[in-house]
Design a protein around this ligand. Sequence first.
Ligand code: 1CP
Length: 353
Amino acid sequence: TQPPDVAASAAADTASSPFLRACRREPVPHTPVWFMRQAGRSLPEYRKAREGTAMLESCMRPDLVAEITLQPVRRHKVDAAIYFSDIVVPLKAIGVDVDIKPGVGPVVEKPIRSRADLERLRPLEPEDVSYVTEAVGILTRELGSTPLIGFAGAPFTLASYLVEGGPSKNHERTKALMYGDPELWAELLDRLADITAAFLKVQIEAGAAAVQLFDSWVGALAPEDYRRSVLPASAKVFGAVAGYGVPRIHFGVGTGELLPLMGEAGADVVGADWRVPVDEAARRVGPGKAIQGNLDPAVLFAPREAVERQAARILEAARGLEGHIFNLGHGVLPDTDPQALTDLVAYVHECSR
Ligand code: 1CP
Protein backbone atom coordinates (compact mmCIF):
# COMPACT_ATOMS: atom_id res chain seq x y z
CA THR A 1 0.00 0.00 0.00
CA GLN A 2 1.10 3.53 -0.69
CA PRO A 3 1.78 6.16 1.99
CA PRO A 4 -1.26 8.43 2.61
CA ASP A 5 0.46 11.55 1.26
CA VAL A 6 1.00 9.86 -2.12
CA ALA A 7 -2.63 8.72 -2.20
CA ALA A 8 -3.80 12.22 -1.28
CA SER A 9 -1.76 13.92 -4.00
CA ALA A 10 -2.97 11.42 -6.60
CA ALA A 11 -6.53 12.22 -5.53
CA ALA A 12 -5.91 15.96 -5.85
CA ASP A 13 -4.43 15.34 -9.30
CA THR A 14 -7.44 13.46 -10.63
CA ALA A 15 -10.09 15.67 -8.96
CA SER A 16 -9.90 18.32 -11.68
CA SER A 17 -9.81 15.78 -14.54
CA PRO A 18 -12.49 16.23 -17.22
CA PHE A 19 -13.94 12.80 -16.36
CA LEU A 20 -14.52 13.57 -12.67
CA ARG A 21 -15.68 17.11 -13.46
CA ALA A 22 -18.30 15.71 -15.86
CA CYS A 23 -19.41 13.16 -13.24
CA ARG A 24 -19.98 16.10 -10.87
CA ARG A 25 -21.76 18.02 -13.68
CA GLU A 26 -19.17 20.79 -13.69
CA PRO A 27 -17.94 22.59 -16.84
CA VAL A 28 -15.29 20.65 -18.80
CA PRO A 29 -12.59 21.71 -21.30
CA HIS A 30 -13.75 18.85 -23.57
CA THR A 31 -16.19 15.95 -23.28
CA PRO A 32 -14.38 13.10 -21.49
CA VAL A 33 -14.45 9.70 -23.15
CA TRP A 34 -13.69 6.13 -22.14
CA PHE A 35 -14.98 2.79 -23.43
CA MET A 36 -16.54 -0.13 -21.60
CA ARG A 37 -14.29 -3.15 -22.30
CA GLN A 38 -11.55 -0.83 -23.56
CA ALA A 39 -8.99 -3.22 -22.05
CA GLY A 40 -9.31 -6.52 -23.77
CA ARG A 41 -9.53 -8.55 -26.88
CA SER A 42 -9.53 -5.73 -29.44
CA LEU A 43 -5.92 -4.93 -28.52
CA PRO A 44 -2.96 -7.00 -29.85
CA GLU A 45 -0.89 -5.96 -26.82
CA TYR A 46 -3.67 -7.40 -24.60
CA ARG A 47 -3.66 -10.74 -26.40
CA LYS A 48 0.12 -10.84 -26.05
CA ALA A 49 0.08 -10.00 -22.32
CA ARG A 50 -2.62 -12.63 -21.68
CA GLU A 51 -0.90 -15.39 -23.68
CA GLY A 52 -0.85 -18.61 -21.63
CA THR A 53 -2.67 -17.13 -18.64
CA ALA A 54 -6.30 -18.01 -17.93
CA MET A 55 -8.71 -15.08 -17.56
CA LEU A 56 -9.38 -15.41 -13.82
CA GLU A 57 -5.75 -16.12 -13.08
CA SER A 58 -4.73 -12.92 -14.88
CA CYS A 59 -7.19 -10.97 -12.69
CA MET A 60 -5.24 -12.14 -9.63
CA ARG A 61 -1.83 -10.95 -10.84
CA PRO A 62 -1.38 -7.28 -9.88
CA ASP A 63 1.43 -6.63 -12.37
CA LEU A 64 -0.61 -8.05 -15.24
CA VAL A 65 -3.80 -6.27 -14.14
CA ALA A 66 -1.92 -2.96 -14.04
CA GLU A 67 -0.34 -3.50 -17.46
CA ILE A 68 -3.64 -4.45 -19.14
CA THR A 69 -5.51 -1.57 -17.48
CA LEU A 70 -2.89 0.90 -18.73
CA GLN A 71 -2.78 -0.36 -22.32
CA PRO A 72 -5.89 1.48 -23.64
CA VAL A 73 -4.91 4.66 -21.76
CA ARG A 74 -1.54 4.71 -23.52
CA ARG A 75 -2.92 3.78 -26.91
CA HIS A 76 -6.23 5.68 -27.13
CA LYS A 77 -5.63 8.62 -24.72
CA VAL A 78 -8.97 7.94 -23.04
CA ASP A 79 -9.94 10.16 -20.08
CA ALA A 80 -10.30 7.31 -17.59
CA ALA A 81 -8.94 3.82 -16.99
CA ILE A 82 -11.20 0.93 -16.04
CA TYR A 83 -9.75 -1.63 -13.68
CA PHE A 84 -9.09 -4.90 -15.49
CA SER A 85 -11.09 -7.64 -13.80
CA ASP A 86 -14.42 -9.37 -14.28
CA ILE A 87 -17.75 -9.25 -12.49
CA VAL A 88 -17.29 -12.82 -11.21
CA VAL A 89 -13.93 -12.14 -9.49
CA PRO A 90 -15.47 -11.41 -6.04
CA LEU A 91 -17.52 -14.63 -6.33
CA LYS A 92 -14.39 -16.62 -7.13
CA ALA A 93 -12.69 -14.89 -4.18
CA ILE A 94 -15.28 -16.23 -1.70
CA GLY A 95 -14.94 -19.75 -3.07
CA VAL A 96 -17.76 -20.03 -5.61
CA ASP A 97 -16.86 -22.66 -8.24
CA VAL A 98 -16.95 -20.21 -11.14
CA ASP A 99 -14.62 -20.17 -14.12
CA ILE A 100 -14.43 -18.09 -17.30
CA LYS A 101 -14.49 -20.34 -20.32
CA PRO A 102 -12.90 -18.86 -23.46
CA GLY A 103 -15.55 -17.99 -26.03
CA VAL A 104 -18.36 -18.61 -23.51
CA GLY A 105 -18.00 -16.45 -20.41
CA PRO A 106 -18.56 -17.17 -16.73
CA VAL A 107 -19.68 -20.73 -15.97
CA VAL A 108 -20.76 -21.87 -12.49
CA GLU A 109 -20.32 -25.60 -11.86
CA LYS A 110 -23.05 -25.92 -9.20
CA PRO A 111 -25.69 -23.23 -9.75
CA ILE A 112 -27.40 -21.52 -6.79
CA ARG A 113 -31.08 -22.47 -6.69
CA SER A 114 -32.07 -23.40 -3.11
CA ARG A 115 -31.83 -21.98 0.37
CA ALA A 116 -29.03 -24.40 1.21
CA ASP A 117 -27.07 -23.11 -1.80
CA LEU A 118 -27.10 -19.59 -0.30
CA GLU A 119 -24.62 -20.71 2.36
CA ARG A 120 -21.97 -20.82 -0.36
CA LEU A 121 -22.20 -17.03 -0.59
CA ARG A 122 -20.24 -15.97 2.48
CA PRO A 123 -19.26 -12.30 3.06
CA LEU A 124 -16.23 -10.95 1.18
CA GLU A 125 -13.29 -9.82 3.33
CA PRO A 126 -10.66 -7.38 2.01
CA GLU A 127 -8.00 -10.10 2.51
CA ASP A 128 -9.84 -12.28 -0.02
CA VAL A 129 -8.85 -9.79 -2.72
CA SER A 130 -5.51 -8.41 -1.52
CA TYR A 131 -4.34 -8.57 -5.17
CA VAL A 132 -6.96 -5.92 -5.99
CA THR A 133 -5.63 -3.56 -3.32
CA GLU A 134 -2.13 -4.10 -4.66
CA ALA A 135 -3.06 -3.59 -8.31
CA VAL A 136 -5.12 -0.44 -7.64
CA GLY A 137 -2.14 0.92 -5.67
CA ILE A 138 0.20 0.37 -8.62
CA LEU A 139 -2.35 1.91 -10.97
CA THR A 140 -3.08 5.10 -9.05
CA ARG A 141 0.67 5.76 -8.98
CA GLU A 142 1.15 5.02 -12.69
CA LEU A 143 -1.96 6.83 -13.92
CA GLY A 144 -1.10 10.26 -12.51
CA SER A 145 -4.00 12.59 -13.29
CA THR A 146 -6.03 9.96 -15.19
CA PRO A 147 -8.78 8.63 -12.90
CA LEU A 148 -9.21 4.91 -12.30
CA ILE A 149 -12.76 3.52 -12.42
CA GLY A 150 -13.40 0.54 -10.18
CA PHE A 151 -16.36 -1.71 -10.93
CA ALA A 152 -18.55 -4.59 -9.87
CA GLY A 153 -21.45 -6.58 -11.21
CA ALA A 154 -24.83 -5.60 -9.77
CA PRO A 155 -26.82 -8.13 -7.72
CA PHE A 156 -29.29 -9.01 -10.51
CA THR A 157 -26.64 -9.65 -13.16
CA LEU A 158 -24.50 -11.70 -10.73
CA ALA A 159 -27.59 -13.66 -9.69
CA SER A 160 -28.31 -14.45 -13.32
CA TYR A 161 -24.92 -16.17 -13.76
CA LEU A 162 -25.21 -17.95 -10.40
CA VAL A 163 -28.74 -19.24 -10.96
CA GLU A 164 -28.44 -20.09 -14.67
CA GLY A 165 -24.96 -21.56 -14.25
CA GLY A 166 -23.63 -19.50 -17.17
CA PRO A 167 -24.53 -16.92 -19.82
CA SER A 168 -28.22 -16.85 -20.64
CA LYS A 169 -30.43 -15.27 -23.26
CA ASN A 170 -33.80 -15.50 -21.53
CA HIS A 171 -32.80 -15.74 -17.84
CA GLU A 172 -35.59 -18.25 -17.36
CA ARG A 173 -34.32 -19.99 -14.22
CA THR A 174 -33.44 -16.61 -12.71
CA LYS A 175 -36.93 -15.29 -13.34
CA ALA A 176 -38.48 -18.55 -12.12
CA LEU A 177 -36.74 -18.02 -8.78
CA MET A 178 -37.58 -14.31 -8.69
CA TYR A 179 -41.30 -14.86 -9.28
CA GLY A 180 -41.57 -18.28 -7.61
CA ASP A 181 -39.76 -17.68 -4.32
CA PRO A 182 -39.55 -13.93 -3.70
CA GLU A 183 -38.21 -14.44 -0.18
CA LEU A 184 -35.29 -16.59 -1.25
CA TRP A 185 -34.67 -14.23 -4.18
CA ALA A 186 -34.53 -11.22 -1.83
CA GLU A 187 -32.06 -13.04 0.42
CA LEU A 188 -29.89 -13.99 -2.55
CA LEU A 189 -29.79 -10.42 -3.82
CA ASP A 190 -29.14 -9.08 -0.35
CA ARG A 191 -26.09 -11.33 0.07
CA LEU A 192 -24.85 -10.32 -3.35
CA ALA A 193 -25.35 -6.64 -2.46
CA ASP A 194 -23.09 -7.06 0.59
CA ILE A 195 -20.41 -8.87 -1.44
CA THR A 196 -20.57 -6.23 -4.18
CA ALA A 197 -20.42 -3.34 -1.71
CA ALA A 198 -17.42 -4.89 0.05
CA PHE A 199 -15.66 -5.36 -3.31
CA LEU A 200 -16.27 -1.74 -4.35
CA LYS A 201 -15.03 -0.51 -0.96
CA VAL A 202 -11.74 -2.36 -1.44
CA GLN A 203 -11.24 -0.61 -4.78
CA ILE A 204 -12.20 2.85 -3.48
CA GLU A 205 -10.05 2.54 -0.35
CA ALA A 206 -7.08 1.55 -2.51
CA GLY A 207 -7.55 4.65 -4.71
CA ALA A 208 -10.28 4.16 -7.35
CA ALA A 209 -11.67 7.61 -8.22
CA ALA A 210 -15.12 6.40 -9.36
CA VAL A 211 -17.05 3.15 -9.49
CA GLN A 212 -19.38 1.63 -12.05
CA LEU A 213 -22.03 -0.91 -11.14
CA PHE A 214 -22.76 -3.08 -14.19
CA ASP A 215 -26.30 -4.41 -14.28
CA SER A 216 -25.77 -5.59 -17.84
CA TRP A 217 -28.77 -7.91 -18.12
CA VAL A 218 -31.37 -6.15 -15.96
CA GLY A 219 -33.00 -4.73 -19.09
CA ALA A 220 -34.76 -8.12 -19.28
CA LEU A 221 -37.13 -6.91 -16.52
CA ALA A 222 -40.23 -4.72 -16.52
CA PRO A 223 -40.09 -1.58 -14.34
CA GLU A 224 -42.46 -2.92 -11.64
CA ASP A 225 -40.34 -6.04 -11.26
CA TYR A 226 -37.16 -3.99 -11.15
CA ARG A 227 -38.62 -1.75 -8.46
CA ARG A 228 -39.80 -4.63 -6.29
CA SER A 229 -37.15 -7.29 -6.85
CA VAL A 230 -33.91 -5.52 -7.78
CA LEU A 231 -33.87 -1.87 -6.74
CA PRO A 232 -33.58 -2.55 -2.97
CA ALA A 233 -30.37 -4.57 -3.47
CA SER A 234 -28.78 -2.13 -5.94
CA ALA A 235 -29.72 0.77 -3.64
CA LYS A 236 -28.00 -1.05 -0.77
CA VAL A 237 -24.78 -1.22 -2.80
CA PHE A 238 -24.88 2.47 -3.72
CA GLY A 239 -25.79 3.44 -0.15
CA ALA A 240 -22.85 1.47 1.25
CA VAL A 241 -20.32 3.48 -0.79
CA ALA A 242 -22.09 6.87 -0.67
CA GLY A 243 -19.90 8.12 2.17
CA TYR A 244 -16.71 8.04 0.09
CA GLY A 245 -17.92 10.83 -2.20
CA VAL A 246 -16.63 9.12 -5.35
CA PRO A 247 -19.00 9.23 -8.35
CA ARG A 248 -21.16 6.14 -8.73
CA ILE A 249 -22.07 5.11 -12.28
CA HIS A 250 -24.88 2.67 -13.08
CA PHE A 251 -25.23 0.93 -16.44
CA GLY A 252 -27.28 -1.78 -18.10
CA VAL A 253 -28.18 -2.85 -21.64
CA GLY A 254 -31.71 -2.29 -22.99
CA THR A 255 -32.68 -0.31 -19.90
CA GLY A 256 -34.57 2.56 -21.58
CA GLU A 257 -37.66 1.89 -19.48
CA LEU A 258 -35.61 1.46 -16.30
CA LEU A 259 -33.49 4.62 -16.48
CA PRO A 260 -35.50 6.61 -13.89
CA LEU A 261 -35.35 3.72 -11.42
CA MET A 262 -31.65 3.11 -11.99
CA GLY A 263 -31.04 6.73 -11.08
CA GLU A 264 -33.30 6.35 -8.08
CA ALA A 265 -31.21 3.39 -6.90
CA GLY A 266 -28.52 5.93 -6.00
CA ALA A 267 -26.32 6.56 -9.04
CA ASP A 268 -24.65 9.92 -9.72
CA VAL A 269 -24.15 9.00 -13.38
CA VAL A 270 -26.52 6.82 -15.41
CA GLY A 271 -25.26 4.98 -18.49
CA ALA A 272 -27.53 4.51 -21.49
CA ASP A 273 -27.19 2.18 -24.45
CA TRP A 274 -27.73 3.39 -28.04
CA ARG A 275 -31.48 2.75 -28.08
CA VAL A 276 -32.30 5.98 -26.22
CA PRO A 277 -30.78 9.34 -27.28
CA VAL A 278 -28.71 10.91 -24.49
CA ASP A 279 -30.98 13.96 -24.14
CA GLU A 280 -34.00 11.68 -23.78
CA ALA A 281 -32.05 9.52 -21.29
CA ALA A 282 -31.31 12.68 -19.27
CA ARG A 283 -35.00 13.62 -19.34
CA ARG A 284 -35.98 10.17 -18.07
CA VAL A 285 -33.32 10.12 -15.35
CA GLY A 286 -34.23 13.61 -14.14
CA PRO A 287 -32.12 16.48 -12.82
CA GLY A 288 -29.01 16.11 -10.68
CA LYS A 289 -27.42 13.20 -12.53
CA ALA A 290 -24.87 13.01 -15.34
CA ILE A 291 -25.37 10.80 -18.40
CA GLN A 292 -22.85 8.38 -19.91
CA GLY A 293 -23.02 6.99 -23.43
CA ASN A 294 -23.96 5.95 -26.00
CA LEU A 295 -22.46 5.08 -29.41
CA ASP A 296 -23.53 1.68 -30.74
CA PRO A 297 -20.28 -0.38 -30.61
CA ALA A 298 -21.16 -1.85 -34.04
CA VAL A 299 -20.91 1.63 -35.59
CA LEU A 300 -17.12 1.34 -35.19
CA PHE A 301 -17.15 -1.17 -38.07
CA ALA A 302 -18.36 1.57 -40.47
CA PRO A 303 -15.97 3.94 -42.31
CA ARG A 304 -14.42 6.74 -40.25
CA GLU A 305 -16.72 9.45 -41.65
CA ALA A 306 -19.79 7.46 -40.65
CA VAL A 307 -18.43 6.91 -37.14
CA GLU A 308 -17.81 10.64 -36.85
CA ARG A 309 -21.33 11.47 -38.05
CA GLN A 310 -22.85 9.24 -35.37
CA ALA A 311 -20.51 10.60 -32.68
CA ALA A 312 -21.38 14.17 -33.71
CA ARG A 313 -25.07 13.34 -33.39
CA ILE A 314 -24.51 12.21 -29.77
CA LEU A 315 -22.43 15.29 -28.92
CA GLU A 316 -25.15 17.47 -30.42
CA ALA A 317 -27.85 15.75 -28.36
CA ALA A 318 -25.68 16.17 -25.26
CA ARG A 319 -25.02 19.86 -25.86
CA GLY A 320 -27.53 21.17 -23.31
CA LEU A 321 -26.78 18.50 -20.67
CA GLU A 322 -25.12 19.16 -17.35
CA GLY A 323 -22.55 16.38 -17.30
CA HIS A 324 -22.00 14.07 -20.26
CA ILE A 325 -19.38 11.34 -20.46
CA PHE A 326 -18.95 9.90 -23.94
CA ASN A 327 -18.87 6.10 -24.07
CA LEU A 328 -20.19 3.25 -26.14
CA GLY A 329 -23.69 1.92 -25.53
CA HIS A 330 -22.09 -1.40 -24.46
CA GLY A 331 -18.60 -2.93 -24.49
CA VAL A 332 -16.05 -2.78 -27.31
CA LEU A 333 -16.64 -5.74 -29.64
CA PRO A 334 -13.65 -8.11 -29.91
CA ASP A 335 -13.07 -7.56 -33.66
CA THR A 336 -13.06 -3.75 -33.45
CA ASP A 337 -10.12 -2.06 -35.20
CA PRO A 338 -8.20 -0.39 -32.34
CA GLN A 339 -7.41 2.56 -34.62
CA ALA A 340 -11.15 3.31 -34.90
CA LEU A 341 -11.23 3.75 -31.12
CA THR A 342 -8.13 5.96 -31.07
CA ASP A 343 -9.64 8.12 -33.84
CA LEU A 344 -12.95 8.37 -32.02
CA VAL A 345 -11.29 9.65 -28.82
CA ALA A 346 -9.48 12.35 -30.81
CA TYR A 347 -12.69 13.27 -32.63
CA VAL A 348 -14.77 13.60 -29.44
CA HIS A 349 -12.08 15.75 -27.81
CA GLU A 350 -11.68 17.94 -30.89
CA CYS A 351 -15.40 18.30 -31.54
CA SER A 352 -16.35 19.20 -27.97
CA ARG A 353 -13.55 21.68 -27.19
O1 1CP B 1 -12.16 -2.73 -20.10
C1 1CP B 1 -12.22 -3.91 -19.78
O2 1CP B 1 -12.08 -4.84 -20.58
C2 1CP B 1 -12.40 -4.20 -18.34
C3 1CP B 1 -12.51 -5.62 -18.04
C4 1CP B 1 -13.84 -6.32 -17.95
C5 1CP B 1 -15.09 -5.86 -17.51
C6 1CP B 1 -15.50 -4.45 -17.15
C7 1CP B 1 -13.97 -7.70 -18.22
C8 1CP B 1 -12.90 -8.57 -18.73
N1 1CP B 1 -15.22 -8.08 -17.85
C9 1CP B 1 -15.93 -6.98 -17.44
C10 1CP B 1 -17.29 -6.94 -16.90
C11 1CP B 1 -18.24 -8.00 -17.27
N2 1CP B 1 -18.06 -9.35 -17.35
C12 1CP B 1 -19.61 -7.74 -17.52
C13 1CP B 1 -20.24 -6.38 -17.42
C14 1CP B 1 -19.90 -5.54 -18.60
C15 1CP B 1 -20.62 -5.89 -19.87
O3 1CP B 1 -21.86 -5.99 -19.86
O4 1CP B 1 -19.95 -6.03 -20.90
C16 1CP B 1 -20.24 -8.95 -17.81
C17 1CP B 1 -21.68 -9.17 -18.18
C18 1CP B 1 -19.24 -9.96 -17.69
C19 1CP B 1 -19.44 -11.41 -17.89
C20 1CP B 1 -18.53 -11.92 -18.93
N3 1CP B 1 -17.19 -12.15 -18.70
C21 1CP B 1 -18.80 -12.23 -20.26
C22 1CP B 1 -20.18 -12.12 -20.94
C23 1CP B 1 -20.80 -13.44 -21.15
C24 1CP B 1 -22.28 -13.34 -21.47
O5 1CP B 1 -23.11 -13.50 -20.55
O6 1CP B 1 -22.61 -13.13 -22.64
C25 1CP B 1 -17.61 -12.67 -20.84
C26 1CP B 1 -17.39 -13.14 -22.24
C27 1CP B 1 -16.60 -12.60 -19.85
C28 1CP B 1 -15.16 -12.91 -19.97
C29 1CP B 1 -14.26 -11.74 -20.03
N4 1CP B 1 -14.25 -10.70 -19.11
C30 1CP B 1 -13.27 -9.79 -19.46
C31 1CP B 1 -12.62 -10.29 -20.62
C32 1CP B 1 -11.47 -9.61 -21.30
C33 1CP B 1 -13.25 -11.50 -20.96
C34 1CP B 1 -12.90 -12.42 -22.11
C35 1CP B 1 -12.17 -13.59 -21.56
C36 1CP B 1 -11.00 -14.02 -22.34
O7 1CP B 1 -10.28 -13.18 -22.93
O8 1CP B 1 -10.78 -15.23 -22.30
